[in-house]
Design a protein around this ligand. Sequence first.
Ligand SMILES: Nc1ncnc2c1ncn2[C@@H]1O[C@@H]2COP(=O)(O)O[C@H]3[C@@H](O)[C@H](n4cnc5c(N)ncnc54)O[C@@H]3COP(=O)(O)O[C@H]2[C@H]1O
Ligand SMILES: Nc1ncnc2c1ncn2[C@@H]1O[C@@H]2COP(=O)(O)O[C@H]3[C@@H](O)[C@H](n4cnc5c(N)ncnc54)O[C@@H]3COP(=O)(O)O[C@H]2[C@H]1O
Lengths: 141, 141
Amino acid sequence: IQDEKLTAITVGELMIPSEKVAHVQVNNPLEHALLVLVKSGYSAVPVLDASYKLVGTLGKTIILNQILGLERFEFEKLSDMRVHEIVNTDIPCLSKEASLLDGLHALINYPFICVTDSDGYFDGILTRRAILKQVRKNFYT
Amino acid sequence: IQDEKLTAITVGELMIPSEKVAHVQVNNPLEHALLVLVKSGYSAVPVLDASYKLVGTLGKTIILNQILGLERFEFEKLSDMRVHEIVNTDIPCLSKEASLLDGLHALINYPFICVTDSDGYFDGILTRRAILKQVRKNFYT
Ligand SMILES: Nc1ncnc2c1ncn2[C@@H]1O[C@@H]2COP(=O)(O)O[C@H]3[C@@H](O)[C@H](n4cnc5c(N)ncnc54)O[C@@H]3COP(=O)(O)O[C@H]2[C@H]1O
Ligand SMILES: Nc1ncnc2c1ncn2[C@@H]1O[C@@H]2COP(=O)(O)O[C@H]3[C@@H](O)[C@H](n4cnc5c(N)ncnc54)O[C@@H]3COP(=O)(O)O[C@H]2[C@H]1O
C-alpha cells in the first residue's frame, strides 16, 4: 500500500535545506525584515540568531499588525522596532529523522515547519508543497 | 485502497463556501485592500467584482511590491492606486464538481484555488489545509 511511504520517508529527505531558506536575524530592524520578506516574495520566514540557531518565525501579517495605527499604517515605527520584539516563538519543530507522517500532522496548521537538530541549530524547512508533491507521487505509483 | 477517495470526493464538499471567504472588490483603493488583508490575517484573498464574479487574487506581497520605492516603502501610493490595477488574473480555477485529485494538482503551486461556476460566479476556495486533513483522514481509515 502506497500510504506506507509516508512513514518510510524522513523529513530530512524532503525539506528545503537551510542554505536555500530565506531568513531574518533576531536583531534586525523591522524595516529590514519587511524588505527581506517583500524581496524574497515569502509571506513568512524563519528567524535565526547570530549562531544560526532557530528562534522562531516572522511574517508580513505580524509586522503590518504592529504598525496598524488608528487612522493609517504608521510606517515610521518600522525603523524603531526590532525582530526580537515580535518574533513568534510558539511554533512546532521537527528533526530530520522524523517521518513524513509527523510532517503531515504539523503542516495541517502551518504552511511550513522548521527543522532543527538536538542543539537547536536550524537545518531547513518542510513545506506543504513538498508534502503535496509526495502525496501526488504516491497516488500514481 | 484509500487513495480512491481522492477521486471520489468533490471540490464542492471540501471547499470553504463563498460566504466564509474574505475578499476585496476590484474597485477598492489599495489602502482598503491592505487593511482587509491585515485584519483578516490572510496573506492573499480572492478579488470579486460588484456582481460577485471572480476577477483574480490579491496578496500582501503584490501590494507591498508596488509601493517599494528606491529608498523606502512609499505608503502614500496606497491611497492613489486601486485593486484592479494590480489584481492577479492569471490563476487556476476549479468547478465544484471537480475531483479532489484535480484539486491536489492545482494546490501544488497555490495555497488556495478559487472555485467558480460556469458563469464565473465565485463559489468558494479549496485550501491546502482542507486537502491535507483529507489525506491524513484517508491514511488512518
Ligand atoms: N519564489 C517562489 N517560487 C515558486 N513558488 C513560490 C514562490 N514563493 C511562493 N511560492 C508558492 O506559494 C506558496 C506560498 O508561499 P508563502 O510565501 O505564502 O509561504 C511559504 C513561505 O512562508 C515558506 N517558504 C517556502 N520556501 C521558502 C524559502 N526558500 N525560504 C524561506 N521561506 C520559505 O514556506 C511557505 C510554504 O511554501 P510552499 O512552497 O509550500 O508554498 C508556496 C509556493 O507554492
Ligand atoms: N484565521 C486563521 N485561523 C486559523 N488558521 C489560519 C488562519 N489564517 C491562516 N491560518 C493558517 O495559515 C495558513 C496560511 O494562511 P495564508 O493566509 O497564508 O493563506 C491562506 C489564505 O490566502 C487563503 N484563505 C484561507 N482561508 C480563507 C478565508 N476564509 N478567506 C479568504 N482567504 C482564505 O487560503 C490560504 C491557505 O489557507 P490554509 O487554510 O490552507 O492555510 C492557512 C491556515 O493553516
